[in-house]
Design a protein around this ligand. Sequence first.
Ligand SMILES: Cc1cc2nc3c(=O)[nH]c(=O)nc-3n(C[C@H](O)[C@H](O)[C@H](O)COP(=O)(O)OP(=O)(O)OC[C@H]3O[C@@H](n4cnc5c(N)ncnc54)[C@H](O)[C@@H]3O)c2cc1C
Length: 866
Amino acid sequence: MNKPAGSPEEFDAVVVGAGFSGLYMLYRLRQLGLSVKAFDSADDVGGTWYWNRYPGARCDIPTTDYTYSFDPELEKVWTWSEKYATQPEILDYLRFVADRYGLRADIEFSTSVTSARWDEQEKRWSIATDRGTQLRCRYYIMASGCLSMPKSLDIKGTDRFAGKVYFTSGWPHEDVDFTGQRVAVIGTGSSGIQSIPLIARQASQLTVFQRTPNFSVPAHNGPAPADRLAWLARDREEYRDAARWSRGGMPVELTDVLGVTASETVARERFEDAWKQGQLFAILGVFADQGVNPASNMIVGDMIREKIRSVVHDPQTADALCPKDHYFGTKRPCLDSGYFETYNLPHVRLVDLHKQPIMSITEDGIDTADESFGFDAIVYATGFDAMTGALAAVNATGRDGLALTEKWAAGPSTYLGLMTTGFPNFFMITGPGSPSVLSNMAVSIEQHVDWVADCLRDMGAEGFETIEPTPVAEAGWDQHVRDCGAITLHPTANSWYMGANVPGKPRVFLPYIGGVDAYRQACDDVVAQDYLGFRRTGPGGERCHDGVIRRMQPDVSLVLQVMATMGLPPMETLSADDARAMMALAAAARPPSPEVGEVTDGVMPGPAGDLPYRLYRPATAGPHPVVVYFHGGGWVLGDLDSDDPLCRDLCVRSDTVIVSVNYRHAPEARFPAAAEDAYAALRWTAAHAGELGGIPGQIAVAGWSAGGNIAAVACQLARDAGGPPVSGQLLLTPVTDSDMTRPSYDENGDGYVLTTPLMHWFWDYYADPADRGDPRAAPLRGNLEGLPPACIVTADFDPLRDDGLAYADALEAAGTQVRRVRARGHTHTSVTMVGVVISGAPVRAEIAEALRDFFPSRTSLGNPLE
Ligand SMILES: Cc1cc2nc3c(=O)[nH]c(=O)nc-3n(C[C@H](O)[C@H](O)[C@H](O)COP(=O)(O)OP(=O)(O)OC[C@H]3O[C@@H](n4cnc5c(N)ncnc54)[C@H](O)[C@@H]3O)c2cc1C
């Protein structure tokens, strides 16, 4: 590069880090013909595997998978010696890679990047190092590692100790010999668990200080698994592709067995098989629901605790080693070789810091609340400031002097974990908001590096000089990352995934848990949609196709995917009876519904005969307000069973008696039968509220879909007939009009279960075209004065979304109080899928709150299901 004398050296790109990420990034950028400078604070390549040289350090993803895959020739010339390679072997591998591709020439070692500043005028980053190097580059790429910034010690007196001090994350290069020494290990995360058995072999006394016990599974190390080797030998590319499109970055068969429904025999067999495999993804995948369902998770957790107790002889020590404060998998589980067995050795002792916390490190040891210990050496295995630590350590300022640490003060915010708004041309390899530490990182790193390299290639080809995500895209991705985390058990744990191990760090679930496959698809989709959500600029102008790449709740999209694989016929191609039979089959396969105090079936008189009803009574002392509920199903389908889980859920959450009414259906009884039945049911229930265990005068109506339609109509009829008085109307994604030209019919009319053709089918069965403008069919067209307060729920991916919104607008215009609940990322049906779609629970909690608010004289009970 030409540079005027005295000015900083110029590069196309600066890469920070020379581990797995930095090395491959350098390789790809060079392939593009870009000038690149890489830095690492270490004096050699390797990253994680350079620093973490503690005894027992190994990978915990099998080496068949924890390896580069970008060059088939590299795979031919390198053979791993065992299933889980040791640190020296992995370091040798990375050195081998650096040499093979001549990468060292562009890496400056023993040099830390200390600051990076974006110059908007020049469209360049100014980079400074601790060696005083100043340079400028167009692209600033942090390949600085998720687990590369050791956590600062938060123990008193650490500088007082006169003996030897070691950190697992910065182990000396020369051999450390603990023979005959009294050694303390503080910390029982992965590094502690890997090193403790080996330190115990040398030390004369080993004392382990444990803050939180961790789940650990025997690694059963040995030769690489024969089945994987055979697959790789047969078709390497197929294997690698399967890994790239897998959930965790390694081909693993996923189960659909649920812990909550599995028999004890099946559960035990599945667990023992996973235990034998000694493989993280196996033990994390015993059941399909163990990551989201506490009961299912407990089955696995209990079996691991049973294993720990069967190994550790001293019951008190065994008990202290059993994790009880977090669900299995919500902290990174460990793979070990003889960890729990180590505690049976006479010279090894466990100190439970919950019982006797460390007061201070002293000159010759450690003082806890109860004892003084003398040591010759202390080993800190205290973990990392994960995912954001290394990124924040560089003083990075983006446009308008915005500091990255300031922008991320409440937690990181990224688009795809790759970039962040306000910091043009700044890329992160496996940044927060990407699968990173939840995956086989070799696969995730290659995917990120490839994405960045391809992006720079495309920018070059199209004449762009800068790229940056838009605020809309970034906010959308952050939301999606949060949504994915929220349906899992992860947020319940004080883990480093949550930033909870570092005092003062915002409590945010940092990685993306939607899966390597889903993530790769999202990244590919962004590119396919002309870099959706990125603003690119160049001398020729700017281009930006703004938008959000994933708006649907992750569990809703999973349900849709499963349904798509079932090959069900579209309902509108069936007869009403066949459609009803299909609904009944689906209902039979549902998971158990919430328990309520009492459920009784009965009949009430209707205009044309008895109407069956089902009454749900809360377990709390009555009397309760009463909600008359009408099920969904387009006036054609549905019955007391179809909406049973929703009614139970509403009953428990809102602490009201729910009277679910089976009104007459079309085509047997067409319009206005359903509407008339709804009003009759309201009248009868109001008249008999006391007998039903309700509070007379405290009656609301509720309904979902077509049930919402007749609930709204019942309110209008009650007003016109002078009663009964209704305290409120809960309309859950209701049909309020027969006009199907509103935009939501276009936007969401296909692919989200309730389709536009299906709505036509419903209307055709229910009402003659001439009747469809009647307010008893289309309540939006009625007189909306003097109606009870409403709660109207609309879902983003629902053809009826605009029906609900139009009714809310119209009611408000007529002076009615309306509470709008937006089921963000949901379809017409998903909020009602109790026990299946977890992300529906907060929406139902809000609905229940609205129901309770209809009856202000009742005291608020909170949400009993939360
Ligand atoms: C003990 C241990 C075991 C692990 N085992 C596995 C495993 O089995 N499977 C798996 O998938 N993952 C594992 N991981 C995660 C591991 O970090 C990744 O697999 C992978 O090595 C990360 O590579 P990287 O290049 O992104 O980051 P790193 O390997 O962390 O490299 C980042 C480099 O950047 C340098 N750096 C950071 N900031 C600066 C700066 N400002 N200036 C200069 N240099 C800087 C650091 O010195 C470091 O060398 C493990 C992590 C640890 C700590």
